[in-house]
Design a protein around this ligand. Structure first.
Ligand SMILES: [Mn+2]
Length: 323
């Protein structure tokens, strides 16, 4: 742990205009951190602009303020980004490049993150790997700023927690996680309704894709490793989109024997994206880092060049070494 919510709050008080951003291909914690922070800064009379490289996942588009997030990949370049904010707040990013957004650099960059390996790229850095979600940290910043939690703020804090922990099942879930969740419920937000929106908000293509992925699953190393694969043809045949793949990598972990999963996605004929999940001490982060990627011990990703066969062999071997 380094830095503190108080230091972040002090830096925020010194400015009036902010750019809020998070990582490319945002997840619930990325979006929740951004919007909870945005509603809190609104309450202080600050001006904020929210920018991500990619759209938020479809199930979260009905969450309060979701339409405030501008998508830079759709409207690049962003002509007035460098002009209209004194400070940038980057949440959920191990380094600035993870945003894939250009024009973020300015003297004050506030870095709030819980990913091991954060490069401390900000002028103000708060890093806390003991947070189960970045929104736990944002909750502390909002308290340090003295802003009362509205239902909008509470909803987004909870969105980060419920997604990053997979519904309170993994990651560094702590007493703090439940203290924040208790306060969320006390604002009148329904945890069950948020969970319904998060986990059951997909189209039927997602359900078909689930079947297709699991039908084609391959098992290695005495059923300890499950390999999943898809490409655009698989998505199309299921009537699914890449949004629908979010979280499916976790499914094989439902089997007791399976302690690691790699989901391989074809990007081009010679480039594959590998998302990995694991249980306990099995470090898929080590495998990802070895191949130029990163992440957490139990959730990590990297991109590997080669053929489908060679990439699969590389991953099966590399995970074999950490089992
Ligand atoms: Mn997170």
């Amino acid at each position: 742990m380094s830095g503190s919510a108080a230091e972040v709050a002090a830096a925020i008080r010194q400015h009036d205009t902010f750019l809020l951003t998070s990582h490319a291909r945002p997840d619930g914690d990325a979006m929740g951190s951004q919007l909870a922070m945005a509603f809190a800064l609104d309450a202080l009379g600050k001006r904020v602009r929210l920018i991500n490289h990619d759209p938020s996942p479809a199930p979260y588009l009905g969450f309060p303020g979701a339409d405030r997030i501008e998508v830079s990949s759709a409207a690049a370049p962003l002509p007035d980004v460098p002009l209209h904010a004194e400070a940038t707040i980057v949440m959920e990013c191990g380094d600035l490049l993870r945003t894939e957004v250009k024009g973020l650099e300015r003297p004050t960059i506030i870095n709030i993150d819980h990913h091991v390996g954060n490069t401390m790229f900000g002028s103000v850095n708060w890093f806390d790997a003991s947070a189960a979600a970045c929104t736990e940290m944002v909750a502390d910043v909002i308290d340090a700023l003295g802003v009362t939690w509205t239902r909008e703020i509470a909803t987004h804090l909870y969105l980060g927690i419920v997604t990053d922990t997979g519904g309170f099942r993994h990651g560094p879930i702590s007493a703090r996680t439940f203290q924040i969740s208790a306060r969320v419920a006390a604002t009148g937000v329904s945890p069950a309704l948020v969970a319904r929106d998060v986990f059951d908000g997909f189209g039927i293509g997602r359900v078909r894709l689930t079947g297709a992925l699991l039908n084609a699953m391959e098992l290695h190393h005495d059923t300890r490793l499950a390999m999943l694969y898809y490409d655009d043809d698989v998505l199309q045949s299921c009537g699914a989109t890449s949004d629908d793949t979010d979280g499916l990598v976790n499914l094989p972990l439902g089997a007791k024997d399976v302690v690691a999963v790699a989901l391989v996605r074809k990007q081009t004929d010679t480039q594959y994206r590998v998302s990995m999940r694991s249980k306990g001490d099995v470090s898929v982060r080590a495998v990802a880092v070895e191949h130029g990627g990163g992440g957490h011990v139990n959730a990590a990703a990297c991109s590997i060049a080669g053929s489908r066969e060679s990439v699969t062999r590389t991953i099966v071997d590399a995970i074999g070494h950490v089992l």
